[in-house]
Design a protein around this ligand. Sequence first.
Ligand code: CP
Length: 312
Amino acid sequence: MQFTRKDILDTASLSAEEIIMILDTAEGMKGISQRAVKKVPTLRGQTVVLFFYEPSTRTRTSFDIAAKRLSADSISISASASSLVKGESLIDTARNLEAMNADIIVMRHSSSGAPHLLASRLKASVINAGDGTHAHPSQALLDMMTVRQKKGSFEGLRIAIIGDISHSRVARSNIAGFGKMGAHVTVAGPPTMIPKGIESLGCRVSHHMDGAIEDADVIMMLRIQKERQKGFLFPTEREYASVYGLNRKRLKKAKKDALILHPGPINRGVEISPDVADSPRSLILDQVNNGVAVRMALLYLVTGGGQNADTD
Ligand code: CP
């Protein structure tokens, strides 16, 4: 199969075959990061612009590392240090970057749909690094990679996603991605953090955390996104932690081999207790490690998917 997509905008538009191809390619990329010289010439001569309108630690750094491991030139710009502050529009900014022969633009934006707008106007590839509450495809793909490494496949797996579903692009991308691969997704959280109609994306809804996690193969905890909430949607963080937080006591109600994931950044003591976050059952740093490989795979695939590529 040849990967023919110019852009990676969400998981909902990827086929199951494309998702498998991305994950298989990412597994192939992992070895490069374990070498003494962590670099291959695959994307030599390509220019990757990391265009982040919102803060990021994991996504921005891992796309940067991924580009460098493949020998691309990567340039990072933030909204506050660009001419956006002088009133230049998003499209004009992007067209100027393209005029400088940028090949791939990796973009994070607070507005849902911003990367789609860019992708429709530019010849350069666009990779969505998180847009508003809509999608975060590279995060879902690295989550899927982490789960597949431990469980072997997705068919029939039960995935519980717990927390602030309303504001979570990670939840939406994982519902679409895992659902496409035959897993069953349940989202759980306080009614104020579950959007009406989320079932139409292909998930079940629960407001009871214990019920949601008891038969789960994967428990994915989410951060409360206070920066996107108009007011706090739960009385206090302490109460939230006691009702919807994952701690050692609550974990006893889950299956012994249930995997614990969190996209980060974590709020220790709120949605996850420090001992659970740091326990051997937590795959949080495996997710981060796989993030570099998934982002190497995405950069590689959107630039031709292996045609004339050199990954040795
Ligand atoms: N998971 C994630 O998107 O983390 P950052 O916001 O640090 O990129």
